[in-house]
Structure formats: C-alpha cells, structure tokens
Unconditional design. Structure first.
Ligand SMILES: Nc1ncnc2c1ncn2[C@@H]1O[C@H](COP(=O)(O)OP(=O)(O)O)[C@@H](O)[C@H]1O
Ligand SMILES: [Mg+2]
Length: 325
C-alpha cells in the first residue's frame, strides 16, 4: 500500500509542529523519517493512523484520504511499534502477540499457529517464550515482541517510532539487522522514525530529513550523503564519507552487484587473512585494510570462491561515486 502526506500541517496554539509536509511513500518502501528532537517526526507519523488529525492538508493511505476512513478500519491495515513497546504486563508473550488477531476474532488454532510463526520470525522460539511474562524479557527481546505484535494481523503498513531507541547499541544493531531480514521477506510499506543517522543509513531505502516541521530533503542514503544543502551537510556530519562506505558492498566496488549481507558480517566468520567477503561493506573492508596495513584485499564470495581484488583505489573511487544507494 502507498502512503502520502499532501501539504499536511499541524498547529498547536501558535506553534507549527508540522508545516506543509508533502511526501509519498511507495509500496514496499522503507522510508526513514529523521531530524532533530521536536522537528515533527512523531506528529507526522501519527497522522497516518489518525492518532493525530492534520490542521490542514491531507494524508492518503492506498490512495484514500484517511479523514474519510474510520480509525478502527484504518488501524487494521497498519502495525504500530513504539519505543517503550507497551506490552501488556499481565499477559503472556503469546497473548500479547495475539492481541489483534483476537480483536479480529480469528479462531484459536489460527491464532496459535500465527503466534508461533511470528515468534520464529523474530528469533524467539515459541517453546521458550510463548508463556513468558513481559517483565522477564530483556529490552531487545521486548522490542522483538513489539515487532511481532505489530505484524500479527499481517498489516501491509508498518509505522515504527524510534522502535530501537531504548536498547544498548549492540542489541540495537542486532535488531536493525533482524528487521532488515524480516523486511526483505515481507516487503511492508514502512515509515521508520529515528534520530540516529547511522540507523537511518543502515535501514532506509530512502531517508526524509525534517527540520522545524518541514521536509528538508528526501533521498536514498548514498545520495543524501552527497547533498550539498548546508543543513543536510551539517546534519550528516564530518564522517559522512565513512557513512557512505557503510552502505556500499565490496562486490559493488569491484563491479559485481552484491547486496550487503543482511545477517551482518564484520570481517570475521572464517575468511582467510587478507581476504574480505563480497557481501561485506566497504567500511568493514577499509577497517580490515587499516588493521592489516594492506592496500588491497582478496574479495571472496560468501561461499569462499575468489572473485577478484579490492584495492584501496577501488574503495576511494566508490566512496566518491554518485551511483550509491
Ligand atoms: N499534543 C501536543 N500539544 C502541544 N504541542 C505538541 C503536541 N505534540 C507535539 N507537540 C510539539 O510539536 C513539535 C513536534 O513534536 P513531535 O512530532 O513529537 O517531534 P519529534 O517526534 O520529531 O521529536 C514539538 O515542538 C512538540 O513539543
Ligand atoms: Mg518523536
């Protein structure tokens, strides 16, 4: 399903929380909404599921103005994940995940099969977790359950408001990678709010940058990091070049279209010294070069087959390129 904000405004008193916001999200796209605290990200997000009504302008879901769709009907098609998850404390994990299917009056067998499937999907085995209480979960586990719960009725749209904001950086990276894996199989239309640029770059098909209620730019990560706009340059920081490297694969730099490993690869995992996998990022490759004091590495396929050589020059050329995404 597609999404669109068209000249959406939200005014609180005399303050414009969202100011003439216009943006379209295509079917299956993972759009990241980013910007400084208070810039209007949450308000814009909540316009989609009618937790906030625009003061003027419109929001369209699947081509329909949401103002004319009942909030209940609308939210059936929209999963919502927030930072502090909000799991129901007096319900087991299974009952939490089953909340929406129950509202939709699915039969028991269908619900329990779905719960098991979702727990598997988010990497928490049902045998171990279905009967667990939310208070016993780690922060990362609770967020995974939050994602499972939002996906329960298989909504085509997923809204995520800083979903991984409250977990430690390592867990956060694991959750991001897992979410990318899930998204690569489910292909939901996702709006993901964050104020963390690295998270935006890692996850986004496209990144929309907001400031003071307004949309400043919307572009693929690689493009955004080359944007000359002063606010964007400032926002993306001095290490924007390194950040670009984190979005490019070794394979792509040597002319073999290779996606970055969704499962994550950090230069370990059994590749011989002096070699790097084609599905590693160029940032990882650069780090390996620096560590080894080498200006080139053997590029090998994930299966261990030698593909070619990655030189520091290839790497620099890719970093300067414009075709990154
Ligand atoms: N219910 C509200 N009443 C008054 N002001 C609000 C309300 N919700 C948000 N705001 C204000 O609108 C601006 C944008 O808020 P928000 O969308 O939550 O920003 P973000 O999610 O980017 O941090 C902020 O200045 C915030 O204080
Ligand atoms: Mg917010």
């Amino acid at each position: 399903m597609t999404l669109e904000w068209r000249n959406a405004d939200k005014t609180y008193g005399d303050k414009k929380a969202v100011d003439h916001f216009s943006l379209e999200v295509s079917e299956g796209e993972l759009l990241v909404l980013i910007g400084p605290s208070g810039c209007g990200k949450t308000t814009s997000l909540k316009m989609i599921n009618r937790l906030v009504e625009p003061s003027s302008g419109s929001v369209f879901v699947d081509g329909k103005d949401v103002a004319g769709v009942s909030a209940t009907e609308l939210r059936r098609h929209i999963g919502y994940v927030i930072q502090q998850v909000g799991l129901f404390p007096h319900m087991t994990v299974a009952d939490n995940v089953a909340a929406v299917p129950r509202l939709l009056k699915w039969d028991r067998d269908r619900i329990s099969a779905r719960v098991k499937e979702l727990l598997d999907l988010v990497g928490l085995p049902a045998d171990e977790y279905a009967g667990a209480w939310p208070s016993r979960l780690s922060g990362g586990e609770a967020q995974r359950i939050g994602v499972a719960r939002a996906l329960a009725a298989d909504p085509p749209i997923l809204l995520m408001d800083e979903p991984f904001g409250a977990v430690d950086p390592l867990t956060r990276e694991v959750l991001q990678r897992e979410f990318l894996r899930i998204q690569s199989t489910l292909g939901k239309t996702v709006v993901f709010v964050t104020h963390d640029l690295d998270e935006a770059i890692r996850l986004g098909d496209r990144i929309a940058v907001m400031n003071e209620g307004r949309l400043v730019a919307a572009a693929a990560p690689g493009e955004l990091l080359l944007d000359a706009d002063p606010f964007i340059r400032d926002f993306t920081g001095e290490d924007r070049a390194l950040r670009r490297l984190a979005r490019l694969s070794v394979g792509a730099a040597i002319g073999e279209a290779t996606p970055i490993a969704a499962a994550g690869f950090n230069g370990e995992g059994g590749t011989p010294a002096g070699s790097v996998r084609t599905d590693a990022t160029l940032k990882e490759a650069l780090s390996m070069m620096l560590e080894a004091g080498e200006t080139s590495l053997e590029a090998v396929s994930p299966a261990g087959r030698r593909i070619g050589k990655l030189t520091l020059e290839d790497l620099l050329e890719s970093a300067a390129g414009t075709e990154a995404s």
